[in-house]
Design a protein around this ligand. Structure first.
Ligand code: FAD
Length: 376
């Protein structure tokens, strides 16, 4: 059996409700104890959560409420998933109890809420392999050779590995993160700059409207005159262009970049019939959507539907016992890809994981108003 080289049979001590246990986690680190492991550490815990997006973070909290300890792995260097990587400064309006909350602030609050349960984060590591090691345990291995053993795994991998669709421009990688950005994480970075935005969707149009307020100049390149954005946003864009506050460069496409040492000086654009233009620029924001892929998760032999993990919504169980999934990564009839839906799935998955790990001690349902936050 794969993984049978692991000699340490995990114990899951003291995590049942009412059992005595010290504060915090009982994970054990066995550096180099796993055969074939080049580096990294082995940890054991109740639950490994794959993905530290908003839903993964709330899953830590829900697991903590039923006294399950968690390790959380995310390939990104920071927690928050799409909220942190794609739209930290955008307000969200449909989180219950928050009439308006910026995505970054929601993430800060979710992390604080989960902190009571002392989760261990492994950031900048991609979970690559998942294998059964016998006795109902799972072993996960990350891109940094960290090995995690747990009875339950909760996959909160969102849209999987996501990255921008890069325009095919020679040398663009030398400008990336210096003058070419695929996400706006801090609007202020563009104050006083000559910004070229390429794309015709909501992201391109919304950022053109927003940056027009602070940039020295905003030019929007699109291959046709019609945009795939909300009609009122498109109308605002065209009104600003008419008033001379934005340059609409249509129907043009990106052709090449001028500059050196990562500093852009101009963006060259061309029409399909070869007319060319040079636009002086400090910054290029290409917004051509995201490419998304489940990455290694697609190889874990879980039942999938349209690249999403099929779960039973009443338990969050996948097709493999002990593997649960929550958030944007899941599929079931009627699934809504919303943060609040993922939060509810997190509560269900935590209780299912508890039932799996502690079949001998059925969970007594309690409201948080009654239980408080255990160990907080
Ligand atoms: P994600 O946020 O996608 O996080 C998943 C994490 O898993 C990522 O950090 C990823 O790096 C990690 N991961 C994936 N595979 C692996 C692996 N193999 N190993 C390690 N880590 C891995 N929703 C709302 O409810 N309201 C809104 O107003 C709203 N506005 C939005 C605006 C924009 C511009 C966008 C893009 C989305 C918006 N959403 C909104 C959707 C919302 O962001 C998602 O529903 C939410 O982020 C899903 O959370 P998640 O934790 O399931 O997944």
């Amino acid at each position: 059996m794969p993984g049978s080289a692991v000699q340490v049979r995990p114990q899951l001590p003291n995590s049942a409700p009412g059992a005595s246990r010290g504060r915090g986690l009982y994970f054990v680190v066995f550096p180099g104890h796993v055969s074939g492991m080049a580096s990294g550490h082995m940890h054991q815990t109740d639950v490994v959560i794959v993905g530290a997006g908003p839903v993964g973070l709330f899953t830590v909290f829900e697991c903590g409420m039923v006294r399950l300890n968690c390790h959380v792995v995310d390939v990104l260097d920071d927690v928050g998933g799409q909220c942190t990587a794609l739209y930290p400064e955008k307000p969200i309006y449909d989180i219950p109890g928050f009439p308006r909350v910026e995505a970054a602030e929601l993430v800060v609050r979710l992390k604080a809420q989960a902190a009571a349960f002392k989760p261990v984060y492994h950031l900048g590591e991609q979970v690559q392999a998942l294998e059964a090691i016998g006795g109902g345990f799972w072993r996960l291995t990350t891109s940094k050779d960290t090995v995690l053993q747990a009875r339950a795994v909760i996959i909160a991998a969102g849209v999987g590995a996501f990255g921008p669709n890069r325009p095919p421009l020679a040398g663009i990688e030398t400008f990336e993160s210096k003058s070419v950005f695929y996400y706006v994480t801090q609007r202020e970075n563009f104050r006083g700059k000559r910004v070229v935005i390429a794309g015709g969707g909501d992201t391109a149009v919304d950022w053109a409207l927003s940056l027009a307020e602070i940039a020295a100049r905003v030019s929007v390149i699109h291959r046709r005159d019609r945009f795939r954005a909300a009609p009122e946003s498109e109308a605002q864009l065209k009104a600003l262009a008419k008033a001379g506050k934005i340059d609409l460069v249509v129907p043009y496409q990106l052709a090449s970049l001028d500059g050196a040492n990562g500093r852009l000086t101009a963006v060259n654009v061309a029409t399909l019939d070869g007319q060319e233009k040079k636009i002086a620029a400090d910054v290029l924001l290409p917004f051509f959507g995201l490419s998304m892929s489940l990455g290694p998760i697609a190889d874990w032999s879980l039942a999938l539907e349209r690249n999403q993990i099929v779960i039973d919504p009443s338990t969050a169980a996948t097709s493999k016992p002990g593997i649960f999934a929550v958030g944007d990564v899941v599929h079931y009839p009627g699934k809504l890809k919303l943060i609040l839906t993922g939060f509810a799935e997190a509560a269900i998955a935590a209780r299912s994981a508890y039932a799996l790990i502690h079949p001998e001690t059925p969970l007594h349902f309690e409201y948080s108003t009654t239980s408080g936050v255990p160990n907080a």
